[in-house]
Design a protein around this ligand. Structure first.
Ligand code: ZN
Length: 194
């Protein structure tokens, strides 16, 4: 269905039960998705010490690898390592993490992921404050002449996607809005129309 759909990427949430209070899935599932999918794999690591697995995720077929700002002590090094493995490098911010902390890395990352719910579980409500963070980040990107894309993850649905895009998002992640819908392919199409 996803291969047929208008989705641009397949977003995979990897949870380790330590950085977030939930465990999702690991390497064998990603490998299988890679075999079945014709779309780029956008892998979002909600794990501690993500630098340990950069090479492994490349081998599993990730095209874009996003690590959490809060989980990366040496973020600049981790971002460089991801790019050295020929992947696009992203950094994710939890809802409480200010955008200002990205000023010194904004020209090095390919993508910034704004978490618009607390990571760990699907089906949560979009945190409205995220819209302000998206606009603030858009201004920072412009000011620094960065080419980083803004991705928004959590609680995205048909009702709020227009405001998210208007605030400056380039990419949105939709989980429940697609997979809890009766016709997931039509749900993707409807989100893409905005
Ligand atoms: Zn995610």
């Amino acid at each position: 269905m996803l291969n047929r759909s208008q989705a641009d990427w397949i977003h995979l949430d990897i949870m380790d039960g330590v950085f977030v209070p939930n465990i999702s899935f690991g390497m064998p599932v990603i490998k299988r998705v890679r075999q079945l999918s014709e779309k780029p794999l956008d892998v979002h690591l909600m794990i501690v010490q993500p630098e340990r697995y950069i090479h492994t995720f490349r081998e599993m077929g990730a095209d874009l690898l996003t690590v959490h700002w809060e989980a990366s002590t040496h973020l600049h090094r981790t971002i460089s390592q991801i790019k050295e493995e020929d992947m696009l490098a992203g950094v994710a911010l939890n809802p409480h993490t200010p955008v200002a902390g990205l000023e010194d890395i904004i020209n090095d990352v390919n993508l910034v992921l704004i978490m618009s719910v607390n990571p760990g579980f699907g089906g949560q409500k979009f945190i409205e404050r995220s819209l302000h963070k998206i606009s603030e980040l858009r201004e920072m990107i412009k000011r620094n002449k960065s080419e980083a894309l803004i991705e928004v993850d959590g609680g995205v649905c048909r009702d709020n996607i227009a405001a998210i895009v208007k605030a400056g998002a380039d990419a949105v992640v939709a989980g429940n809005a697609v997979f809890k819908s009766e016709d997931p392919e039509a749900a993707i199409q409807s989100l893409k129309q905005v």
